[in-house]
Design a protein around this ligand. Structure first.
Ligand code: APR
Length: 278
């Protein structure tokens, strides 16, 4: 289901600026930009997968990398069911801090560009691993939140979801009014299953899509990381946007070494100039 006839062995990789003189890189990026514009123009369906990197320019820390959260905190002590059972207070303190961090930030130009990008397609699905709600705040539609949402809560025992605002006191964690179980954040922890309906929909969209963007994810946490691979195997054109290379970069038709908040608005501007939606 490729949207363009192209040599499948061909790979386009934008080299980091430090390795070669600047102007050939700029020219190369520009050519790649035009090829991606063409891909958007020629495809009717698109799936975008985002990770923590898309929110980095809003001020939300990523998980991995030199400044990543998992370099400073231990995931097994904060983001697992075992951690919550043995020390729910620490886990809730961590999530309260993260709620505060994401509550103070706003969507960045990358989020807004993705909201605008949807206009160029008949079918557009935004799959995110982020729990920060910034895509919705930017106005994107048709969002699949694979790892839950940091603002929602649910019952540890009966799974009942609470979408209303709850100010949780880590020293006095509220109980579920239905079964008395402890209330926990409605996010997917390590070792937990993703919501079957959401992940199945993400896979079926990825299998059918003509164009797939992987943006700001280290592409190592599965099953999310399998989505671009699935799309590519089914013939989609695969574009990756990330300043750092990932295990996906070698598979991508276009690897763009850039920040999403810089490249995506440029892409949308170019699309508006050369092929307005409609
Ligand atoms: N633009 C694009 N990408 C960026 C930017 C930026 N401005 N800044 C950083 N990145 C890239 C990094 O190079 C890195 O590859 O974003 C990626 C972030 O990777 P991770 O921190 O591993 O985040 P993610 O891939 O979303 O992690 C997946 O792991 O711990 C779990 O549940 C958590 O959903 C998360 C999952």
């Amino acid at each position: 289901m490729a949207c363009q006839e192209r040599d499948p062995t061909e790979r386009r990789i934008a080299k980091p600026v430090s390795l070669v003189a600047f102007w050939p890189v700029a020219l190369y990026l520009l050519c790649m930009l035009d090829e991606i514009v063409n891909a958007v123009r020629n495809c009717r369906s698109c799936v975008v997968l985002t990770g923590a990197g898309i929110s980095a320019e809003s001020g939300v820390p990523t998980f991995r990398g030199s400044e990543g959260l998992w370099g400073k905190f231990k995931p097994e002590e904060l983001a697992t069911m075992a951690a919550f059972i043995s020390n729910p207070k620490i886990v809730w303190e961590w999530y309260k801090w993260r709620r505060q961090v994401v509550g103070e930030v706003k969507p960045n130009p990358g989020h807004y560009a993705l909201r605008d990008l949807q206009q160029w397609f008949d079918q557009f699905t935004l799959v995110t691993q982020n729990v920060d709600g910034l895509h919705r705040a930017a106005g994107s539609e048709n969002i699949l939140e694979l790892h839950g949402n940091i603002y929602r809560n649910k019952c540890l025992d009966c799974n009942h979801q609470f979408s209303e605002d709850m100010d949780i006191d880590p020293d006095n964690i509220p109980s579920c009014p239905h079964c008395g179980g402890k209330i926990r954040p409605d996010v997917v922890w390590f070792g937990e299953m993703l919501d079957a309906q959401i992940i199945n929909k993400a896979f079926s969209e990825s299998e059918q899509t003509e164009l797939f963007f992987s943006i700001g994810t280290s592409a190592i946490v599965h099953p999310a990381a399998s989505l671009p691979i699935t799309a590519k195997r089914r013939g989609a054109t695969l574009v990756e946007i990330n300043p750092e290379m990932t295990p996906l970069s070698g598979l991508a038709d276009y690897y763009v070494s850039a920040k999403s908040g810089e490249f995506l608005p440029t892409l949308v501007e170019r699309l508006k100039q050369t092929s307005p939606p409609g």
